[in-house]
Design a protein around this ligand. Structure first.
Ligand code: SF4
Ligand code: SF4
Length: 212
């Protein structure tokens, strides 16, 4: 059995409540976010000869944390075995054995692990293992006011959302790590690897590496 996340991009308004709930629960400093919300946008407007304006402008949000991948590259890259995967498929960094060498940071195609140099440790979302052990949901899922996030047994999520996909831009190609992630793609959503759009809040989602 593996737990996973479901994200409904037709519901997400980009409010960041999931991100803030996680930061609060995990007591994270301003510079670090385990869940991040990407604003992906692109397209342009063109004035036609007849005076009408044609537009293919698009914009949507993607809320993403660690995807607790079936083939986690972070896990494979860690030279000290500090990254563990439990019986529920939850991938977590053992803070006791992490030496902060940063191999996971370089290996993860989702840019998830964060190296906190002051502590000499890598950190990331652990799917709220403590809450899960108490029969609760991850805090981000509970917090979302739009009910855009779901969490649970990945097989049950797949059965409930048969049309869901494993990735949309700007997330990585899911074939790289087989994420425990399902997404209801909004009509504007682009394929992973899309080059027609850009992350409009790149500083926000990559600025979390402020400890480097
Ligand atoms: S999203 Fe990245 S950090 Fe999380 S399990 Fe997958 S490879 Fe590892
Ligand atoms: S709390 Fe829900 S609606 Fe708000 S950004 Fe997160 S996933 Fe989107």
């Amino acid at each position: 059995m593996a737990y996973g996340f479901y994200f409904d991009s037709t519901r997400c308004t980009g409010c960041r409540t999931c991100e803030m709930a996680c930061k609060d629960y995990k007591d994270l400093p301003a510079e670090i976010a385990f869940r991040r919300v990407f604003d992906y946008e692109g397209g342009s407007c063109a004035l036609g000869a007849d005076g009408t304006v044609a537009s293919d402008v698009f914009m949507y949000h993607v809320s993403d944390a660690c995807n607790h991948c079936e083939n986690p590259k972070c896990f494979a890259a860690c030279p000290t075995g500090a990254i563990e995967k439990d019986d529920d498929g939850i991938v977590f960094i053992n803070q006791e054995t992490c030496t902060g060498n940063g191999a996971c940071v370089d290996a993860c195609p989702y840019g998830v692990p964060i190296l906190v140099k002051e502590e000499g440790k890598a950190k990331k979302c652990d799917m709220c293992r403590d809450r899960v052990a108490e029969g609760k949901q991850p805090i981000c899922v509970e917090a979302c006011p739009l009910r855009a996030l779901e969490w649970g047994d990945l097989d049950e999520l797949k059965a409930a959302h048969p049309d869901a996909v494993a990735g949309i831009a700007p997330l990585a190609d899911p074939s790289e790590t087989v994420p425990s992630l399902l997404i209801n793609a909004c009509p504007a959503a682009k394929e992973p690897g899309d080059t027609t759009g850009f992350v409009a809040n790149e500083k926000e989602v990559t600025g979390v590496a402020a400890f480097e």
